[in-house]
Design a protein. Sequence first.
Length: 633
Amino acid sequence: MSRSTGKSGQQLSSSPRMSFRSQLGEQSMAAIAEESIARDLEGETAVDDQDDNDAVIPVSQHSLAGNQRRTPSFVATGTPFVGIQQPETIMSAEQEREAALRDERSLLRDNNLIPSKRGRRSSQASKASGTANIANGDVSEPTETTALLGTNALNDPESLIGGEDSPNAGDIDAKWEEAVRNGQIQTTWRREGKVISRYAAPLTLTFLLQNSLTLCSTFTVGHIGKNELGAVALGAMTASITGYSIFHGLATSLDTLCAQAYGSGKKHLVGLQMQRMVFFLWTICIPIACVWLLATKLLKFIVPDHEIAELAGMYLKILIFGAPGYACFESGKRFVQAQGRFSATLYVLLIVAPLNIFLQWLFVWHFKWGFIGCPIAIAFVQNLMPLLLFCYVRFIGGMECWPGFTRKALTNWGPMVRLALPGLVMVMAEFFAFEILTLASARISSTHLAAQTILMNLCVCAYMLPFPLSIAASTRIANLIGAGLPEAAKMTARVTFICGTVLGIFNMTVLSSLRMYIPRLFTNDEDVIAVASMILPINAAFQLFDALAAQCNGVLRGLGKQAVGGYISLFAFYLIAIPISLGTAFGLGWNLFGLWAGPAIGLMIQSTLESIYISKVSWSRAAEEAAKRNAAG
């Protein structure tokens, strides 16, 4: 189940080369952001001195270091089923250029176009030896074969084009341009495997930590009883569809606004845009709180078991106190990422994830508060996260983009709202699709709802392996496509599909072989365990298609074909998967087995159609399109 920016929890990537938003509206979004910045700058007379040193990096058609773009946004390509809410990633121009230069040097070395690091060290040693000989008076006379530029220049031409210690970016670009024109840049499966593994590793840790915030609640409450387990799932999904998805969807506008503000050199506008979003989301908290207060009555109309509806309603009432903190963190997250400070969110998660586990145990079991202790712990953690993020900005880095509190944050909301609405619609569509399955399982029985909760959490955990790989692949492919290296990008795609297949088989093997044991980690109820164990084989069977679909989406993002992935996903799930799920579950009486048959078929169709499209796509044409977009700025 491919999960894009929806479904419950937070995207990173590194060293992006090129990024393309969905074909629909990229230029208009940039125009709206520029309009917002122009309005903010209108009437300003003060000049931010710290921006005087910002350099403009020229756009180069083939140079990895030659463009300043945000990393691929994964808003439009995921499948509308279970997953986590990924943190949008934006890389500053300076960091992007530095990372791109490293990539260029590495590829140039691999293709023997500049000396390897070993050769460079050797030449430096020779130079040191020659210096020592001169000091000892051992100086040879020049001859007809003596190099005009000296031995070091011959042995280490990298010294002429910018070495590792003091790179000359202009000469590196020139060397790179020449190599690309001559078709001298090649790559290998081993090299690409190392690159995408290096990109994916930290993402996996980040996603696992964030997912643990909700998974821990399921573990803790599940051992109280099956009604409590079902209530947590129902409450969490209702909170997602009516609250968190709204916060997340609206906050996606900061991906453009903060990036544009930072790229414009007016860094104080990054903080201004963040303030606007915080106030806007806090305003949205009022109607959300009203819905959550009435949740018990609303859920009783949908869920036959009124005890589960009452528990879920109680869960939502307490979460009201954590909603402002969640909204603030969603905005602050983008504030630091706009500055290229990707580690900030990870540091916060490294603190709150273990603390959340402790608080869940403390409130639910040690203090014997029972079910009610779970949402109390969640609300506490949600309010703590923005405070920790503030401490990071205040004491580690990011204050250069903070203008202080200003009344301007209460004005010029128009561009922000216009940018936020498309993201909201896209995210809400994904959350709604997931909610359909959860509510459908609730109408079967409380046992099936509890089993559904276990199955969905297992899918999310399993997806933490192929999804980071897809992000790494999309970044790397976009890097190579933007650099004018379609064959190298195609090699990366092959490696990605091989790795995705291995991970899918691994997930399938683990879930199927441990199907009698894994459900016991979530609950002690034998009926729930029996249902979950019975459905786990079909859950495990489509892990392969899930992993392949994720890699297809990653490749399409790297090619700038997000719209294709979006259309295929909508077709596969809304027109095929959900109708099959509801038809087999209720029409044929297959119950939970039928609910999961739909996503399995949908994933198979999605991965098949996207694979066929990728096999037919012209990689060289994709590189040409990227070059034209670069040239157009």
